[in-house]
Design a protein. Sequence first.
Lengths: 288, 278, 334
Amino acid sequence: MSAILDIRDLRVTLRRGGHLVRDVSLSVNAGEVHGLVGESGAGKTMIARAVLGILPDAVKVSGGKIGFRGDDLLQLAPKRFRALLGREIALIPQDPLTGLNPARRISAQMTDMLRHHLGQSRQEARANALRLLQEVQIRDAGQVLDRYPHELSGGMRQRVLIAIAFSAEPSLIVADEPTTALDVTVQKQILRLIRQMQERHGTAVLFVTHDLGVVAKVCHQVTVLHTGQVVEQGGIAEIMSTGAAPFTRALMGATPRYDQPADALHPVPAHIHRELLAAARRFDEANP
Amino acid sequence: MTGARLNWRIAVGGGALLALAVIAILAPVLAPVDPLEQDLFLELLPPWWQADADPTRALGADSLGRDVLSRLIHAARPALTVAVVAGVLTMLLGTALGLLAGYMGGMVDVLISRLVDIWTSFPPVLLAIMLVALIGTGLHSVIIAIVLIDWTRFCRVVRSETLAQTQMEYIDAAVIGGLKRGVILFREVLPNVLPLVIVLLTLEMSIAIIVEAILSFVGLSVSSDSPTWGGMIAEGRQVIHQAWWVMAFPMGLILIAVLALNLLGDGLKTALDPVLRR
Amino acid sequence: MSGHLLLRRLVQAVPTLFGVSVVVFVLVRVVPGNPIAMMLPPGATLEDMERLRQAYGLDGSIVEQYVIWLGQALQGSFGTSISLRQDVLELVLGRLPATLELAVFATAMAIAVGVLAATTGVLFRGRWPETVIDAVNGFTLAVPDFIWALALILVFGVLLPVLPISGRVDPRLGTEFATGFYLTEALVSARFTVVGDLLAHMIMPAIALALPLAAIITRVLKNSLAEAMVQDYVMIARVKGFSRWRIIWVEALRNASIPALTLTGVQFTFLVGGTVLVEKIFSYPGIGNMAIDAVINRDLPLIQGLILSFAVIFIVVNLLVDLSYGWLNPRLRS
Ligand SMILES: Nc1ncnc2c1ncn2[C@@H]1O[C@H](COP(=O)(O)OP(=O)(O)OP(=O)(O)O)[C@@H](O)[C@H]1O
Ligand SMILES: [Mg+2]
């Protein structure tokens, strides 16, 4: 199987010093969903944003490469990189409430990219937007097109954002905790939708989450992250089996699950944390 | 790292102001000739760098043959007097009302805030001209007009700052400690509002200089023969095609004074703001 | 919806106007000074004075005077100017178009300059163009329109004499106008030499009025644009592959313009107030210029008429600002 996204020894560093991502490698194969799990602050979002070229100002990539279909995204000229964004690489964001521009109609926000990347006419783009909204199971799609974001529910908005992400038929979608901000019942529907769309379009997905339960449902491959380092990596079946690393096993226990009461939440034991932090410190001493 | 820049602003702005203040205070000593002395032979004499200049009239003479340099120096007096007196009085009135509104709350606050709203819905320049025309011309009227128009600027800022301050914990602690309200106002609230008020004062002084210039330009400030920058500009405007310098020099001085005050205000803002200083 | 809103705002404007009229009326009458005495030739008798007072409605109590004045004002009669001896309404309406054209032109210029400077500043955030824009802006903010007007006259009127420094139109062109809106009229009737001449007269006073407003718009808009640029929807737009320039204009500007617009509405008061002085400096025949003369001559009826027309302008502008919120922010429409 060929890798669409091939991240090699990616290092992300604060400009004022301090590593956030410590030589992470992972690859996402065509048509596969690759889960990126870890606790809050592990650096998942940094990796996702590095791929999309939208790291915060205080942060920079200080090493490694991000291979995308033979190109290194880190070396690409800004103009060529922008030509890939939206067209070949797209994003499903975490918060659907803030991801849509409050001042523009849904139709404008859906058609602008089709017109920009695919050179479609206004009518063509609108017809495609309509079809996409139907595909993400929005009822009254024709009316929704003429609405403003504040007139839609959170779940609807996330569906719109998913439709936008898939609209130019990209080969890779980065989804950064796409369900965290939603109600539990809506979460399930959205997860199913992403998985359906991904299968139908054969899109590779880098799926960021802190929830191993979600990973088990939608991912083929998993990378477990702690303090910006890979703890464990592999196929979903292996990781979920008893052979997993102590941290992963602890994380599985710590994951809040909607099918279990909240008191089933076990924190990751302190000694496991300490070991992983010591590893991070050793890395920092070796790479100042 | 802001240290160097802040010192630079305060030093340049404060230095320029100090120089202007010295010029104003020592005007009778510094002015080479009597600013009111007319010499019709010197009418519209050009400044020193031009061909037929007169060495005793370094910046030339105006349409009545009066020495531009001496008039400039003497005109610094009304300008700075208005800046200081009107600035301080405006500050006192506005701050007092702002503290009152912010600290008392309730009806007092509503009343004062309403007044501020009504006040600020008039165009200030028009209000100033109207007030001076009604109370009569002269330096006093100019000062009164500025105070009556601009107190709202202080009032608004001090009120909201006082509201913010009184909501903070240390006030609760003081109230529990049994301090009287008035004492709290002066001991706890005022010192915290003061930095802001000082910055506003520099801004107000620059506004006062401009308003004085405007009113004397329109002929509503001090009596027309004693020199003011605005009056000199108005005279220069009449002869602008023959002698542009008569107008240019007072403009330059107004600009210097206004920029110096703004620079000083900016410098003080960073120097006095504990958050920005951090 | 907007019809309803418009009506509500219009009704709200009535008490404001009433308040302004009372304040102006009282303010003008409370103060000492006798304009009637000033109008009379030397050697006039007390009876002459009394007759004149009656003629101008200045006898009777202040409440009586106000009621009479308001009653007449509602019928469109604002009395007769004491200094110019003409109907106040006629005088004001004759001069108003000149000021309106100047103010609208200046505001449009201020908005254009402000938006361009703010968007350029945000586009080059952290690099030298932003530093330059901030420095120029700081300077512009500190200098009042009064000084700008004089500096413009000095530089482009005298030192490099390329522009006329007074009046509204060159009388040598000998053009006749059917209305007071010269520029609009000349544009509509395609008299382009006249348009050029009108613009040449208008450009310097307009710049003097526009610069302080432009500086304020730049500062506020730049701040709110910078805020908008870190919103999630901007990140999405970046990930869609759009350029930064397009993102600023299409995604961020509309959301960022509400604070700037509010401020423009408030600052318009200052701009119109500024016309008083700027018109005087450029001998531009508008109501601002007229206001100064009216005040100096203590022409009470004229002062009242002028201030009321300023008040009406402010109310209309604030109305327009209120209405444009709905266009900028769809959430406010329902
Ligand atoms: N804008 C920023 N500037 C500087 N440091 C940041 C910034 N955003 C995040 N960080 C730091 O980078 C580290 C990694 O953050 P990241 O957002 O990648 O975590 P995450 O794994 O996505 O966590 P979460 O599950 O909370 O989203 C954290 O220690 C965080 O403090
Ligand atoms: Mg994250």
